[in-house]
Design a protein around this ligand. Structure first.
Ligand SMILES: Nc1ncnc2c1ncn2[C@@H]1O[C@H](COP(=O)(O)OP(=O)(O)O)[C@@H](O)[C@H]1O
Ligand SMILES: [Mg+2]
Length: 244
């Protein structure tokens, strides 16, 4: 495959950038899949703070877990979200979904408590205000969980991805759980890259691995690689085989 000069964005995850040969291609949409506690949120925060350190503003859409809790947890890694937000380097949208009767689901902003609210509009306004280069959504699953009609789900996901593409941003979107055979995960097909976080018990030892399942436009290391989370964040052992 011909790989010409593709501008890269460092994820800031040690080891993962090596697997990608420098980083993700600029303006890619990455889907990060993994079970609870696998480190998806920590990875999004690390990606965000690396972007901030390069002077690139980020819009962070938080669903499920409150931004307040994430901000507190981030301090353990030395990431000061309050400072970054005060300097207009990040804008956070802290959203929860409220299901009503007749299958209507309404997104509410925790702090603003708005009734009339479109996630896409809020993202667009925030990106334009900051001149943001990155969008993070953690986790996208929340937007879809109350919607049972698959046609509507596809529409919602399509709309979200269109918004991101039109804004010309790079994006990291997390998804709760690993896709299984037979699932029709629209977001996997629309994403440029899919990263999977896995847990396996091998000889009574828990092995956590990351695997790049797909990454459009570049060559990459397609083998699973072990990772750990410590006080410096997410770290991938990209040069060692999983089993030694
Ligand atoms: N300060 C910390 N130091 C080391 N590991 C941590 C720290 N905080 C959280 N972790 C680890 O990260 C995991 C949670 O990561 P998180 O990003 O919230 O997962 P997910 O978003 O995939 O549910 C925990 O299971 C824990 O092992
Ligand atoms: Mg999380």
């Amino acid at each position: 495959m011909e790989e010409y000069n593709v501008a890269r964005v460092e994820t800031g995850i040690q080891g993962l950038d090596e697997m990608l040969g420098g980083g993700i291609p600029e303006k890619s949409i990455i889907l990060l899949c993994g079970g609870p506690g696998s480190g998806k949120t920590i990875m999004t925060l690390q990606y965000m703070m690396r972007a901030v350190s390069r002077g690139e503003p980020v819009v962070y859409v938080s669903l499920e877990e409150s931004m307040e809790k994430k901000t507190k947890n981030a301090l353990a890694f030395g990431w000061d979200l309050v400072d970054a937000e005060a300097n207009d380097m990040i804008e956070t949208l802290d959203i929860y979904m409220v299901p009503h009767s007749q299958g209507v689901v309404e997104p509410i902003e925790r702090r603003k408590g708005k009734i009339q609210f479109s996630i896409e509009n809020e993202i667009e306004t925030a990106v334009k205000r900051l001149g943001a280069k990155h969008i993070i959504i953690d986790p996208v699953t929340s937007i879809l969980v109350h919607e049972s009609r698959s046609g509507k789900k596809r529409y919602l996901i399509g709309q979200l991805f269109d918004t991101i593409r039109n804004l010309g941003c790079s994006a990291v979107i997390t998804s709760e759980g690993l896709p299984s055979v037979g699932d029709f995960y629209m977001e996997q097909f629309l994403s440029d890259g899919v990263f999977l976080l896995n847990k396996d018990l091998i000889d009574y030892t828990m092995i956590k691995t990351i695997r790049i399942d797909k990454m459009r436009g570049i060559n990459f290391d397609d083998q699973p690689r072990r990772y750990i989370i410590n006080n410096r964040g997410f770290q991938v052992f990209s040069s060692e085989p999983v089993l030694v």
